[in-house]
Design a protein around this ligand. Structure first.
Ligand code: ADP
Ligand code: MG
Ligand code: MG
Length: 250
């Protein structure tokens, strides 16, 4: 589904700094691929480059997403094609409710794909179903996007968003950060129920085994200094937790 080949990318406009330095990685349909790695390794940069965030420049290499050149697609085309990004730091949108935002986003994507928009009633039914899955009160969804939400509530709201948009592929950047134990389980199970399917894939960026206890990865890679330096099965994450990056990468 996703094939990244020798990707090089810089960040910063005035004084571009190389961050991704020959990163290669493949995720097949049906797979959850966990990415772990030390702070500053380039994990969030990878997520931002895949999403097409301004300020990040690809200097060489390629990314094939569901048979297309990802970089031929604008960010909104990437999303409508089925790419979802979950952010380490979700943004607040004052003045716009979650319900408005989510319905606009979903209907924009449906329009791009040549599908009919959902009516208000149809949308609310879908939103209720996905909110229930993430054990989120509908009242929360009527509030402004992320305004005054706790860290855990933002992550849950983001997973409700993922459930509603129903993407083919999710890149989730530290979705577990700031979650308490119960929220972690709810979010992890949400990821499983929304994204665990033979025709879907997930790139799961995380620092901790505890999320991987719930969302069991098929593969685990270590990203260090802008490259994938090791790939293994779930046991690699357990070794990292026990021994730390320095020992495992030595
Ligand atoms: P990780 O997510 O693995 O902790 P990041 O991708 O966030 O790492 O950051 C990789 C490196 O890029 C860090 O040294 C960080 O300071 C730098 N970096 C990230 N974003 C920017 C930016 N907008 N401007 C300058 N440097 C940046
Ligand atoms: Mg970090
Ligand atoms: Mg990061």
């Amino acid at each position: 589904m996703l094939k990244i080949t020798d990707l090089h990318a810089t960040v910063g406009e005035a004084d571009p700094k190389p961050i991704l330095k020959g990163l290669s990685l493949e995720v097949q349909a049906g797979e959850v691929h966990a990415i772990m790695g030390p702070n500053g390794a380039g994990k969030s940069t990878l997520a931002n480059v895949l999403g097409g965030k301004p300020g990040y420049d690809v200097t060489s290499g390629s990314v094939e997403f569901m048979g297309q050149d990802l970089f031929d697609l604008d960010p909104h085309e990437r999303a409508a094609t089925g790419l979802f990004l979950g952010f380490q730091y979700p943004v607040e949108i004052p003045g716009v409710s979650n319900v408005q935002f989510l319905r606009e986003a979903l209907n924009a994507q449906r329009k791009f794909r040549g599908e009919e928009p959902l009516s208000g009633g149809e949308f609310l039914k879908l939103a209720k179903e996905k909110a229930a899955l993430l054990k989120m009160d509908m009242e929360m969804l009527k509030r402004q996007v992320n305004v005054g939400f706790s860290g855990g509530e933002k992550k849950r709201a983001e997973m409700v968003q993922m459930g509603i948009l129903d993407p083919k592929f999710a890149v989730l950047d530290e979705t577990d950060s700031g979650l308490d134990i119960d929220a972690l389980r709810i979010v992890g199970e949400g990821i499983n129920s929304i994204m665990r399917a033979p025709d879907k894939g997930v790139l799961l960026i995380t620092h901790y085994q505890r999320l991987l206890d719930v969302v069991k990865p098929d593969k685990v890679s270590i990203l260090a200094d802008g490259r994938i330096v090791q790939t293994g099965g779930p046991e690699l994450a357990l070794r990292l937790e026990d021994e730390g990056y320095d020992a495992v990468m030595a």
